[in-house]
Design a protein around this ligand. Structure first.
Ligand code: PEP
Ligand code: MG
Length: 752
């Protein structure tokens, strides 16, 4: 058998074309195993369909015509599970999908194996037999070994084919992890993080006067930034801080410091960044040699000034770029602040070489409705100045595509825009299902974008992530700044409930000015824990929220990462105190200062087990499925190595969500869902089947989800879930997809 196997593999690798190689493969495998049919399905990375590439047994007409989704047929089952499937009578399997006209009816037994390379499915190899019998272990091991050997060869042949195409054009295709759906094509704008002082190279420049101008602008900005910091610091503490900034002011106002940098730029013809390095390093070493300990320590201040100058100089990258044309943002690690820094109208997509599905940047991309791909395992340099097309559904990126591909993408983007426009026509309609039940669709907000504050297209705001504005700034927001933010937002959604979440910092949501170094950040000092330890910060936020709500009354407050009753009790005490202080400070009556509802996020397993106790001290619950998935499955939501284990449709999650709903109904406590699952078509349908009726989701999902909800029948959705049971997600997925198909909704929910 091993000799036969080797021969088959050799014939595949020596073939001149992929088609020929695959034809050889199916013919030789069929003969070697003495079966009636052998076929190979290859995954098309752009459509994510399994296309029949070669067959010896089925009608040849089927080649290139049969294309199966991962949730279609037994072949789809192999692709989904990445497991060998051996069936005596495939037609009796619930997954079986009969495609008439290609002669498949004559075959009963089925054996399919996945072809996988580095965890990525490339195709499925199938053998079939007319008489209904299970294939034996020898057949199984032959197929498994063949698939394993093919994975490498397969790639080689495919690559040869792609190289042939690449020979004619200069395009390059790479893949990454798709995290936000949609298509985009534009020039890449590669954004680099500010350089570290120690990593700067001394580089020559072409035009010293431009470099000098950039340097002077940066000086001015750093000065402004520091003035701002000083004012804030004096507002938040009573002590005299002027000493802290003594050296900063001294250096920034020191003419010889400025002249020294200018001299480096003009005399030596070097970049502004290089000149900053040369001069600042001289200052740093001078300070370090001083005898006075206090002054010695000031070397760190000089370093900070240098770093701030470098950051401003890197920022000029954005300032001087021509954003009149669309761009796709590429960065080693896209951050939330990068996303807001670029003009929204020109930003068409995001590529982050590092990252994870539920990192904040990915959530923000989905929030902004921008296609995003992460984990490209390539360096950013290869994107520099190149035109790219990207598909956020499959994770495909083509650098310098040829005209045919560009045109194809243009058409696809147009179709996508048309579908979005169709859905948006009903944006302001209520989400009432065919069987006349109302589903409450709320917004997840925090970006403070213009669109977010358009008000009445939703039934409220289920989650306002207050940490986002904190993440986008260089320092903590003052109480006044917070009041302004919150009040503007509450006014935009006047008459609708707005649920503001108290700061959820820590974990993956780090503030640049509050670095927390922990071995296990997700299990560390984050959310309510951090806030209860930082009472002034917590109090200033609670007071800002209460003040912002005066005369409006639509504020609700929600606390993240609750894992015990004590955390809610302590928060309640602070809220009571904040209420009392604001009332006294502004001389208000009980009627004038409304005491808001206080809710708990259910996202830590212990909170699930405490629902009854928590229900006595809270007014509502909101389930955060993103963290609940992370903590229930013990899978870091930001670790790409275990991304395949991060599964919100895991039976344990679905059963927990079912339990939470039942408990809340028994306790008569309002509950809603605000994790990413609510914005996914399968997620929301499943949750509706469980019983949930209130969901909060990203702006970009609202129109599509409302359009879907207005065209489904809850009794039918419930029937699908009840029939399969919550533990059989594959069966639910297939039946739900069929139902979506019947309702002509496939394009709206599956392809985008
Ligand atoms: C969640 O955990 O589901 C959630 C909504 O909060 P975040 O994603 O901001 O942690
Ligand atoms: Mg969370």
């Amino acid at each position: 058998m091993l000799t036969i196997l080797r021969k088959i593999v050799e014939s595949v690798s020596s073939a001149d074309s992929l088609t020929l190689a695959m034809q050889n493969l199916v013919m030789k495998t069929k003969d070697a195993l003495g079966v009636d049919c052998c076929s190979i399905y290859v995954r098309d990375m752009s459509s994510n369909l399994l296309q029949l590439l070669a067959t010896d047994g089925l009608d040849q007409k089927a080649v290139g015509r049969i294309a199966l989704g991962f949730d279609e047929g037994v072949v789809g089952l192999v692709a989904r599970t990445l497991e060998l499937i051996n069936l005596a009578d495939a037609a009796n399997n619930p997954n079986f999908k009969f495609i008439p006209g290609y002669g498949e009816e004559q075959f009963h037994s089925f054996l399919g194996v996945p072809i996988v390379d580095q965890g990525i499915l490339l195709g499925v190899l199938v053998i079939q037999q007319k008489n209904p019998r299970k294939f034996d272990e020898i057949d199984e091991s032959f197929m498994v070994m063949l698939a394993a050997q093919l994975a490498g060869k397969f790639l080689e042949v495919k690559l040869k084919k792609e190289m042939a195409i690449l020979g004619k054009s200069s395009s390059k295709t790479i893949t990454g992890l798709p995290v936000s759906k949609g298509l985009a094509q534009a020039k890449a704008f590669v954004m680099r993080p500010p350089l570290l002082l120690e990593n700067i190279n001394i580089e020559k420049c072409e035009d010293p006067s431009i470099q000098s101008e950039l340097f002077h602008q940066s000086m001015f900005q750093v000065q402004l930034e520091l003035d701002h910091l000083m004012i804030k610091l004096s507002q938040s503490t009573s002590s005299n801080n002027s000493q802290i900034f003594e050296i900063y002011n001294m250096i920034l106002n020191d003419q010889s410091f400025v002249e020294a940098i200018d001299e480096e730029i003009f005399k030596n013809g070097i970049m502004a960044t290089s000149a900053v390095k040369v001069v600042c390093e001289k200052y740093i070493s001078k300070f370090k040699t001083l005898k006075d300990d206090y002054l010695k320590e000031r070397a760190a201040d000089v370093k900070d000034i240098a770093q701030r100058l470098l950051s401003k100089l890197a920022h000029s990258q954005v300032e001087f770029y021509d954003f009149s044309k669309p761009v796709i943002l590429v960065a080693d690690e896209v951050t939330a602040s990068m996303l807001v820094e670029l003009p929204r109208s020109s930003l068409k997509g995001i590529i982050s070489c590092k990252g994870s599905v539920n990192s904040h940047a990915a959530i923000l991309a989905r929030n902004m409705g921008l296609p995003a791909i992460i984990e490209t395992s390539d360096t950013i340099d290869q994107f520099d100045d190149h035109y790219i097309v990207m598909d956020g559904t499959t994770g495909t990126i083509i650098i310098e595509p040829d005209n045919a591909i560009k045109e194809e993408y243009e058409q696809l983007i147009e179709t996508e825009n048309n579908l979005r426009q169709i859905a948006e026509q009903e944006l302001y309609q209520t989400a009432i299902t065919l069987d006349k039940q109302q589903i409450y669709v709320e917004l997840n907000a925090g970006m403070n974008s213009e669109l977010e504050s358009k008000g009445n297209f939703v039934d409220g705001v289920g989650l306002y992530r207050t940490e986002i504005p904190f993440m986008l700034q260089d320092s903590v927001l003052t109480e006044q700044e917070q009041i302004k933010n919150y009040r503007d937002f509450l006014i935009s959604f006047k008459d609708l409930p707005v649920c503001m979440r108290t700061l959820d910092i820590g974990g993956d949501k780090q503030l640049s000015y509050l670095k927390i170094n922990e071995a296990n950040p997700a299990l560390g000092w984050r959310g309510v824990r951090l806030m209860l330890d930082n009472r002034p910060l917590f109090m200033s936020q609670l007071k800002a929220m209460l003040k912002a709500n005066i005369g409006l009354g639509n504020l609700k407050i929600m606390v993240p990462m609750i894992s015990s009753c004590k955390e809610i009790e302590d928060t309640r005490k602070l809220l009571d105190l904040a209420y009392k202080e604001v009332k006294e400070e502004l001389d208000l009556t009980d009627e004038q200062l409304i005491y808001p509802q206080l809710g708990a996020m259910i996202e830590v397993p212990s909170a699930v087990m405490l629902l009854e106790d928590l229900s006595k001290i809270t007014d509502f619950f909101s389930v955060g499925t993103n963290d609940l998935t992370q903590y229930l499955l013990a899978v870091d939501r930001n670790n790409s190595r275990v991304a395949n284990c991060y599964d919100p449709y895991h039976p344990a999650i679905l059963k927990t969500l079912d339990y939470i709903y039942k408990e809340c109904t028994r306790l008569n406590k309002p509950v809603s869902i605000c994790g990413e699952m609510a914005g996914d078509y399968l997620g929301i349908l499943l949750l509706i089947a469980i019983g949930y009726r209130k969901f909060s989701m990203n702006l970009s999902n609202i129109a599509k989800i409302k359009y879907l909800l207005r065209r489904i029948d809850i009794s039918k959705v419930k029937q699908i879930v009840d029939q399969s049971g919550l533990t059989n997600i594959n069966a639910i997925r297939i039946s739900m997809r069929n139902y979506i198909n019947e309702q002509n909704l496939t394009n709206f929910v599956l392809n985008k």
